[in-house]
Write a protein that binds this ligand. Structure first.
Ligand code: SAM
Length: 579
């Protein structure tokens, strides 16, 4: 950034009565862009900017006559101020000229992955962010198209870009980059109404807009505005600042004294790295607000059932969004219906607390429960826990696979690689942390309910006769029978011990298994179907058939086990749970 542009901006700000505390110096930092530092100790610093030089939707309303989608029109207005050639008169003033020193100081580039080249995008492959970028860009494209069509400008370029928009999801990363994103921060000039100009304006707003309601409390919380000079402060979530309206000005007040040499920082709010990187083009290491988003699509009737009957939290994006910068809709509402879940349920897990994890456990127990169980049954809870752990481990594995190096490589900006590495690493840490929490919870539950669980290991201890005498006997005197699955042992044990009343020799704590199996058998025996899987299983156990155990018994015991056990994923073992 040329020093004279910064100086022009500061002189302009002074002329327009922007209040900047004494003893501050603005400078250009290679990494953070324009930044501000205290040159002496300052007890209380306060910045203020009069509303006459705040860029709000009101300017767009006046200039374009827009009544709705003011955020979108405001982006068009900014694009027009930057790329248009004519004066833009609002209330008798040329706002293009008025804000020129501010426009000159807007960043030459933002490191948001929305504009990364295909090789840089590879660095985010298999991450939530990497997978959502195309959709994000498409949403911006559609937002542009909606208003571009209403502009009533007859221009070939608009028709060309609309046609790109209509086929946008079919384009390759290379095509998107070459046709659109590479140009946004290039030196090219394009018409102010083009999508590239709009995308530039969108990214400027995304990285430096403030919510207008601080200035106009009665306004919609999604409305955005630009605050020249105030928006030069960089972010740290530890910065103690207050945003307020004083008279007709917007103020940022530092709530802690500044020491000489200290950077003066704003606080953009508790944002995780995914939001910081997408919106602002940077990440913070060890970011306590970092989360991993888990989006779960559920059938409509499951959602309806939960909403009606269950006390399960089903969050959606709107629960996490404070200012819906994207579309300007007021999205918060107190109660939800099935239509709110078209994009699925969205849980944000973190390292800082287990709230989302426990909400997920409730949901997974509900999804895993049998028709005759409640979601609070121990079996459903343990089964839900295993399924959740499996989902997290799968996600961790996916993220852990490194990016592919593509043959047609573009140069990778080292800072972008750094951002991708920090983001990926933190996603992995959060997943590992939550997997460990699940392991801990599983340990607690299984130890509290030890007496209600039957594992093969326990059977081995309690019923050595079964292994030493009955198993060889079942397999024609073979003393060295090997099983490929714990479940086969469990199944044979249940069948054999319930047929041979020898189970009375077993400790009484196992009686419930045979009582439950008898009930199950009485209830379902006539309904049991011999599936091809049962035939395969029977054949694998008894290639030459068996006189002692028949296929019907195998079918009913398998079915009993699946309704009365959960499967521990670490060794794929079914563990019986007493109801
Ligand atoms: C509101 S602006 C702040 C002023 C900005 N430095 C400029 O040059 O205009 C937000 C931008 O500042 C940069 N930024 C803010 N805080 C940062 C941080 N903690 N680390 C790295 N970059 C940061 C990012 O480029 C971000 O898009």
């Amino acid at each position: 950034m040329a020093a004279n542009r910064l100086e022009n901006l500061l002189n302009w700000a002074k002329k327009h009565d922007v209040q900047i505390p004494e003893g501050l110096r603005y400078y250009s930092d290679e990494l953070m862009g324009l930044s501000c530092v205290a040159e002496k100790d300052i007890l209380s610093a306060q910045f203020s900017i009069p509303s006459s030089i705040i860029i709000t939707g009101e300017l767009a309303r006046k200039h374009f006559g827009a009544k709705t989608s003011l955020n979108t029109w405001l982006k068009f207005l900014l694009a027009k101020m930057k790329f248009g050639e004519e004066a833009i008169i609002v209330d008798g003033e040329d706002i293009k000229e008025k804000f020129a020193p501010y426009l000159d100081c807007l960043p030459d580039s933002i490191d948001t992955p929305i504009v990364w080249n295909p090789s840089e995008l590879q660095l985010l492959k298999s991450t939530n962010l990497g997978s959502s970028l195309r959709d994000k860009l498409y949403l911006i494209f559609k937002e542009w198209k909606h208003v571009a069509l209403a502009l009533d400008i007859c221009n070939e370029l608009i028709s060309d870009e609309i046609s790109i928009c209509d086929h946008f999801m079919e384009l390759s990363d290379e095509e998107v980059y070459e046709k659109i994103t590479s140009q946004v921060f290039g030196n090219d000039q394009f018409p102010w109404f083009s999508f590239r100009a709009f995308l530039w304006a969108h990214l400027i707003f995304l990285s430096r807009a403030f919510p207008e309601y601080v200035l106009n409390p009665s306004t919609d919380t999604s409305k955005i505005m630009l605050l020249p000079v105030i928006d030069l402060l960089n972010h740290n979530y530890n910065a103690k600042v207050e945003w307020l309206r004083l008279d007709d000005s917007f103020c940022v007040r530092c709530l802690m004294p500044l020491s000489k040499g200290q950077e003066v920082l704003n606080n953009y709010g508790g944002k995780g790295n995914e939001e910081l990187l997408t919106g602002y083009g940077f990440v913070m290491e060890n970011n306590v607000f970092d989360t991993v988003a888990l989006r779960i699509k559920l059938p409509t009737d499951t959602i309806a059932n939960i909403l009606q009957n269950e006390d399960i939290v089903l969050p959606t994006l709107t629960d996490y969004t404070r200012f819906a910068f994207e579309d300007g809709k007021e999205t918060h509402k107190s109660s939800k219906d099935v239509t709110d879940f078209e994009d699925g349920v969205l849980y944000l897990i973190s390292k800082e607390n287990d709230i989302s994890l426990s909400q997920l456990l409730d949901l997974f127990a509900f999804v895993e429960k049998n028709s005759n169980e409640s979601r609070t049954s121990l079996r459903a809870q343990l089964q839900g826990l295993q399924k959740l752990r499996l989902a997290l481990e799968y996600k961790l594995d996916t993220i852990s696979v490194g990016p592919e190096t593509s043959s047609n490589s573009y140069p990778i900006k080292p800072y972008r690689k750094f951002c991708a590495d920090v983001y990926r690493k933190s996603q992995r840490h959060i997943l590992k942390h939550n997997i460990n929490s699940l392991k801990r919870i599983e340990k607690e539950w299984t130890s509290t309910h030890k007496s209600r669980l039957v594992t093969v290991k326990k059977i081995l201890k309690a019923d050595s006769t079964f292994f030493e005498e009955d198993v060889p006997n079942l397999f024609g005197g073979n003393l060295d029978v090997t099983f490929t699955s714990y479940n086969h042992i469990l199944m044979l044990w249940i069948i054999w011990r319930s047929k041979n009343s020898t189970c009375s020799q077993l400790p009484r704590r196992y009686n419930w298994v045979f009582e439950a199996f008898k009930l199950f058998n009485d209830q379902y025996h006539s309904d049991i179907l011999i599936t091809p899987e049962t035939r395969d299983l029977y054949k694998s156990l008894f290639p030459n058939g068996s006189e002692k155990i028949c296929i019907d018994e195998v079918a009913i015991a398998s079915s009993f086990i699946s309704s009365n056990s959960y499967t521990r994923i670490s060794n794929d073992e079914s563990i019986l749970v007493q109801t």
